[in-house]
Design a protein around this ligand. Sequence first.
Ligand code: ADP
Length: 368
Amino acid sequence: MLRIGLTGGIGAGKSTVGRVLRGLGAVLVDADVLAREVVSRGTPGLRAVVDRFGTAVLSAGGELDRPALGRLVFADDAARRDLNAIVHPLVAARREELVASAPADAVVVEDVPLLVETGGASRFPLVVVVHADAGERVRRLVEDRGMSEEDARARIAAQADDADRLAAADVVLDNPRRSATAPDPLPAVVERLWRERLVPFERNVRSGRPAPVPVTAPVVHDPAWEGQAARLAARVARAAGDRGREVEHVGLTAVPAVPAEDVLELQLAVVTEEDVSAVVGPLAAIGFPRVSVEPDGSAVHGSADPGRPARLHVRVRGGAGWRRELLLRDWWRAGPGSASAGAVRGVLGDVEAAEAWARRVGWSPAAA
Ligand code: ADP
């Protein structure tokens, strides 16, 4: 099973993409649907809402009167917090139920409108963001959903801005206004994502195998590497939990201006040797199955995502291997090592030169 987080600003096209993915075979879990379901007529959820907000939030038929509730909570932070405290745990529990009942080989797509706002992106091995610019989203909300323009703009302003949302995206699906004459390109883009990335990613996660890393020549430094590494690091840190300490972007892709193979390298520091094994399961579940154990007791994990080759070193914090990884990166970054950075990394000469530099500048990994 592979869980995908699907998000985007209101009106961007999440539901549209979700439907396409469901048509391709994904199990779709829609947060909006869940949020309605847990307060539908006769549920304990609805009872709790009425207990807190009174029968004024009920329609004549005993259903939740959403507009009435919306007016109550819109301008009242405490009321909104109370509502969220009722609804969110119920949604979360129902979500876990649905995910648990999905087939073992399912690609589960979770449509979560506020994924970025709630800090939940790193729970998912992959985050897909559907993007359309704010002006077009306002047009859709006004023309297709009958909102007033003011209301549409207020809702957009209450969400994360595009920059924050795009920073959380492993995949961005651009969904500009469909042309009246040309065919809509989105379904074919989604189909390709499904076939080339999601299906093999799921298979790799299920079988505990990393995606094959294509043999590549070094390429020009890509400024996007840093953001990609930050997303992977956030997942790894969350999966490692208390066992983990810093997760750092290391290796040549972490060195600006230096060519590197397009394989990100990360280092997870753990506290004890035992932690190296204890994090194997959680890391595999987030898309980083273990590949090998090194003679020094550290472990190498690989990315199961065919769309983002990456290697993760799990090393005990304070150990020689952990320190050397950070030293080489910082020496390369500082400049004097850059010339040799393209050569085989970690060779003895490199390390000696880096150690000399470290003594000269007073480098220590604590300050790294
Ligand atoms: P979300 O779930 O992100 O709020 P929806 O998928 O419901 O967004 O899309 C919002 C509205 O915009 C819907 O009425 C949908 O039919 C319409 N829509 C989606 N994609 C496009 C597009 N590319 N061009 C024009 N309208 C679109």
